[in-house]
Design a protein around this ligand. Structure first.
Ligand code: SF4
Length: 365
């Protein structure tokens, strides 16, 4: 096993729990130094556009302010024409990537097949904009398509890859501990299924990202367990020499302002706790940085100022321009829904660090 993480799970947990100023300062300094050693000083970003094609969803995650039932006020389901119009605007802004995810809509089928619907969506975009990289459909969406059509996860991934999906967002991970999942997302795929789908994607040559939804009901122990699971799936990809692996880790702090009341009340906070997010950012660098070198904060959730702080606690990437964002903004996030490229460049320059546009797979543009 590859096992060169610079801290043990126990040390990671102790650091997350620490309230001592000297230990927290050491953590920040060590994570920042390790980031410099592992990936250098350049802060990367991608010009991309988010497209959420529907918010109609069969599930009811307790943190989700985005989902609607089909006939509920605020429900939307974009047709291909609407989606292509958004792609035109993305290309005008020099986007290299479309990030596309949506709710799990059982009506989204062609000839009774969910996979045919998703393939047509991808084909419609790729036929018109072959230059755009499609970063699309989470492990939960793959599980949904497979379940609807009675297919294996590998069948679905290969069929999506075949029409032009270039990589898979590692969302729907939330916290990879089923005791937490049973409370915050009881209908979602479980931990083992998430890991199986991500590993299958790697084996089939589909790169993925990885995420963690933090700052709700999970404990520091569960946060470390989550990082350990991400580490193990990446170790499998490396040890088995799979053609693809995890490209980045993104920390997604919970935004509760407009989230369904039971979870919002249980957490007792509307916006993320920045200090806890920064500590976890640093611990993630120490725990994963040797095998997942790219770490990204969420400017939508933390705001640009918070994201700039995270770049000093172990992160090396500022994510995308997005151009639109619904999922977190509907939950009450204050970070905004769009960043212009020059805003990103100026923000990075304010840290006296060079910036560089990358593509989805972390190649220089
Ligand atoms: S988080 Fe995703 S799967 Fe869960 S309810 Fe919201 S849209 Fe549906």
């Amino acid at each position: 096993m590859l096992n060169s993480t610079v801290i043990s799970p126990k040390e990671a947990r102790d650091l997350l729990k620490s309230t001592k100023n000297d230990e927290i300062s050491w953590l920040k300094c060590f994570a920042d130094g390790l980031r410099q050693e592992q990936v250098g000083n350049i802060v990367t970003y991608v010009i991309n556009r988010n497209i959420n094609f529907t918010n109609i969803c069969e599930q009811h995650c307790s943190f989700c302010a985005f989902r609607r039932d089909a006939h509920q006020e605020g429900a939307f389901w974009l047709n291909l024409e609407d989606i292509l119009a958004k792609c035109v605007l993305a290309v005008e802004k020099k986007a290299t990537e479309i990030c596309m995810q949506g709710g799990l809509n059982p009506e989204a089928k062609i000839n009774g097949s969910s996979l045919q619907y998703y393939r047509q969506l991808v084909k419609g975009i790729k036929d018109n904009f072959p230059q755009l990289h499609l970063h699309a459909f989470s492990p939960q969406e793959v599980e949904f398509i497979a379940r609807q059509d009675g297919l294996t996860y590998g069948d679905v991934i290969l069929a999506l890859k075949d029409v032009g999906v270039g990589s898979m967002p590692g969302t729907a991970a939330e916290i990879l501990d089923d005791t937490v999942r049973k409370i915050i997302c009881p209908e979602k795929l479980n931990t083992d299924t998430w890991l199986e789908i991500v590993s299958t994607a790697h084996a089939l040559g589909m790169p993925t990202t990885s995420t963690m939804l933090c700052g709700h009901i999970e404990t520091p122990e569960q946060q470390i367990l989550h990082l350990s699971k991400l580490r193990s799936v990446q170790e499998i990809a490396l040890e088995k020499n799979y053609p693809a692996k995890i490209t980045e880790f993104i920390l997604l702090p919970f935004v509760g302002e407009q989230a369904p009341k039971p979870l919002r009340n249980r957490v007792g906070r509307d916006q993320p706790d920045l200090q806890s997010s920064l500590k976890l950012t640093a611990v993630a660098r120490l725990f994963l940085g040797d095998i997942i070198p790219n770490h990204q904060p969420s400017w939508v959730k933390l705001g640009l100022d918070g994201a700039l702080q995270a770049l000093q606690w172990g992160c090396n990437d500022l994510g995308g321009t997005l151009m639109e964002e619904h999922i977190t903004t509907m939950a009450g996030a204050k970070g905004g829904t769009c960043l212009e490229e020059n805003t990103i460049q100026k923000a990075i320059a304010s840290l006296n660090r060079p910036s560089c546009q990358r593509n989805t797979l972390y190649q220089k543009c």
